[in-house]
Each structure stands twice: as C-alpha cells, then as structure tokens.
Design a protein around this ligand. Structure first.
Ligand code: NAI
Ligand code: MG
Length: 361
C-alpha cells in the first residue's frame, strides 16, 4: 500500500494546550506505526501567551503565511491569567479562522461509553449529533459601535450580518453533512418569528438549498424550543445547522449533555480547501489544572479523528475513535469525567488499544 505523509502545523499554545497536543501527537505517531499507510510530518509553532510576553504579539506578523502550506492545523488552547482574553483570542485563534475563511465550524457530540450524562434514561447511541456552526458572519461580524460613551444617552449597537453567499454556503455544507450520515436528517435552527429579516432570509435559503438534497429529511426549529428538544428528545436529532451565536450556545449545551468539556472537539473547516483547516478541543487553557498532568486528552484525540477524516483518512479516523471508546468504556478516565487516570495513562491506554492489545490494564 502507498504511504501518504500529511504535513501538520501544531500550535499547542497555552496552559493545558501543550499537554493535550503532546498526547495527541503521541497517538498520531502510534496510528501511523500501526497502520503503516500514513505518516505525519509535524511542525510545532511556539506561539501564544509566552510569545506575546516576549514579543508583544501572539504570533509573528507573517504567521498565516507560515501556516499556508500545511495540510491541517492542530491547535491546543489559548488563554493566560496575566494576558487579557480578548488579546489571546483575537491575536491567534480568530485571525487563523478568519484569515483562512474557515466558515464551517463542525462540532460532533455523542455520549462516549463510560462517561456519564446528566440526562435521565439516555445512554450511548441515544445522542449522536453534529452541530454545524456558521463561523464567519451573523451576530459575530464585529459590526457595531458605541456613541456618547458614559452619558445617559449612550448607544451601543451590535449588528448581525447575513449574506446570501454566507448563508448559502453553510446550508450546502450542512445538507451535505446530513447526507453523509446514516439518518440523513437535518434540523435548521432559526428565530424567524422574532427576527424578521436576516433569519427569514436564512429560512428561505435553507428551503432553496434543500431542493439540491432531495434525500435529506429536514425540519426547522426556533432556537428557544431547540434547547427543550435537545434536553427532552435528544434521539430525534442528528445534524443541526445554526448561526454563529445560536450554535455557540447550543454547542455548549450539547457538550454539557454529553458529559464534559474535556471530551468535546471542534473543527474549523474551509470546505473549499483553499487554506488549511484547523482542529482543536473546545475547551480553553484551563490554567486551574495546567501542569498537573490530569487534563483530559479525549477532546484532542477526537479532533485528531476529525482531522484524519478531513485528510481523507477515514479508516485511521475510525480506528482512533474505536480505541478512544474502548479506553473510556474500560473506565480509564481523567478526574473531570469521574476517573483517576492521568493524561499520560489515558494516552498510553489509547496507544495500546490502537495496537489492538486485548488487555488495557
Ligand atoms: P476552560 O475551558 O479553560 O476551563 C473550564 C473548566 O473546565 C476548568 O475548570 C477546567 O479545569 C475544565 N477543563 C477544561 N478542559 C479540560 C480538560 N481537557 N480536562 C479536564 N478539565 C478541563 O475555560 P475557562 O477556565 O473559562 O478559560 C481559561 C482560559 O482559556 C481563558 O483565558 C479563556 O479565554 C481561554 N479559552 C480559550 C479557548 C480556546 O483556546 N479555544 C476556549 C475557551 C476558553
Ligand atoms: Mg462558546
């Protein structure tokens, strides 16, 4: 079989970021050794808050140019107690998402065996969703302003921008995602009862794009009612598409319903493949536990599986997730999900499971 090499840019950044990316790198190496059909050429970039403290910027000015030629970006987390959050976020992660037009944010959620959900009578297999979040415009376009600051007549505006191009491309992506999954079921989240312009256009474009996907069953939910459906009837959902703000909120709810932030992954995709896409755990730098060796690496393994799928390595991706599931089901878990294992113990167990040993002990 032919060996394929993937060029990966690793940006571990801050707090537990380097701990989980190091775990992920070990697991990718084990996959490559075991399968023998793929390998990774990983370059580490020491960007983040320490870079900021030394140089006044989170990444060099030509950072995006340095990343352009990679096949994918494997990102840890940003955030330091002594650097303001808007600097860490707008200095590294957002410039990459926006500069590389990663307009589709993909957040799978599923109950991992061995991880408890707060939902009653819901177990493995009952909750298996993919949330597609519009990642480039909508409520987070950055369009707005403030006048008469501090005076009684002060005004603040925050304008949501919806464009036909932006909505059409995310709808196509979401319908195609739904089509690729066994249930071929899509729920379009909206708020077009109260928001009469952008959200009504959103609904119209959903109906137009639906014509291109006759085999996908779809329905529409108001975002408020959606929280109830996610909580009380999770089995009725499969693929979900929502605006930047709505999906931001719904995906935190999804993460909580599935058990923990430590197991939730995300992918920032440029579906046209003009630029590298970026794969990361949803959580932040968790400086409350950084350096203790107990960060949960499962979200970072899962996002590696998303990265493998994106790179066309579906078999490797499935092999990795099967190994993660086996390890979690065996109770080898970090403290955030009720276990007592360290990051390295979970990583070693996943590597063993990748190699197909029967005993995980
Ligand atoms: P956080 O996600 O870092 O942590 C929230 C809580 O979850 C903490 O108690 C933490 O210990 C726990 N936690 C998170 N990931 C975990 C893991 N893998 N294993 C075990 N426990 C885990 O959010 P927080 O504390 O609000 O923010 C800390 C910093 O991270 C801030 O500077 C914030 O701006 C930044 N941040 C960065 C993000 C990113 O890089 N994408 C996303 C969210 C926050
Ligand atoms: Mg959020």
């Amino acid at each position: 079989m032919k060996m394929k090499t993937h060029k990966i840019a690793a940006i571990p950044a801050d707090g537990i970021g380097p701990e989980v990316i190091d775990a992920g790198t070990q697991v990718l190496g084990a996959l490559s050794d075991h399968l023998g059909t793929l390998s990774f050429d990983i370059t580490r970039f020491a960007w983040g808050s320490d870079h900021y403290k030394a140089h006044g910027v989170m990444m060099p000015e030509d950072g995006l140019d340095q990343l352009k030629s990679f096949d994918a970006i494997y990102f840890g987390a940003v955030g330091a107690p002594d650097v303001p959050d808007h600097i860490t976020l707008w200095g590294l992660r957002l410039p990459i998402c926006q500069g590389f037009d990663q307009y589709a944010n993909v957040r799978p959620t599923r109950i991992i065996p061995g991880v408890n959900t707060p939902l009653k009578d819901v177990g493995v297999g009952d909750l298996d969703w993919v949330i597609v979040r519009e990642n480039s415009e909508g409520e987070y376009s950055g369009n707005g302003g403030r006048t008469h600051k501090g005076l009684p007549e002060e005004v603040g505006t925050e304008v949501s921008i919806f464009t036909r191009v932006g909505v059409t491309r995310i709808m196509r992506f979401a319908f195609a995602m739904a089509q690729s999954r066994p249930r071929k079921l899509l729920t379009v989240v909206t708020k077009s009862n109260a928001q009469r312009f952008g959200m009504v256009m959103w609904d119209e474009i959903a109906a137009e794009v639906a014509q291109e996907f006759p085999d996908v069953t779809w329905d529409k939910m108001l975002v408020d009612a959606m929280t109830v459906r996610m909580t009380l009837d999770p089995q009725s959902l499969d693929t979900i598409v929502a605006t930047n703000l709505h999906a931001d909120i719904l995906s935190d709810l999804a993460g909580a319903l599935a058990g923990s932030l430590g197991v939730a992954p995300t992918a920032n995709i440029d579906p046209e493949g003009r630029f590298p896409s970026m794969f990361e755990p949803i959580h932040g730098s968790a400086f409350d536990i950084a350096g203790n060796g107990i960060a949960n690496p499962v979200a970072t393994f899962w996002t590696a599986a998303q990265m493998l799928d994106h790179l066309g390595e579906g078999t490797a991706s499935a092999h990795l997730m099967a190994a993660v599931d086996r390890v979690c089901a065996a109770g080898i878990l970090t403290p955030d999900v009720g276990g007592s294992a360290t990051t390295q113990e979970v990583t070693d167990a996943v590597i063993k499971a990748i190699r197909g040993r029967n005993s995980l002990g």
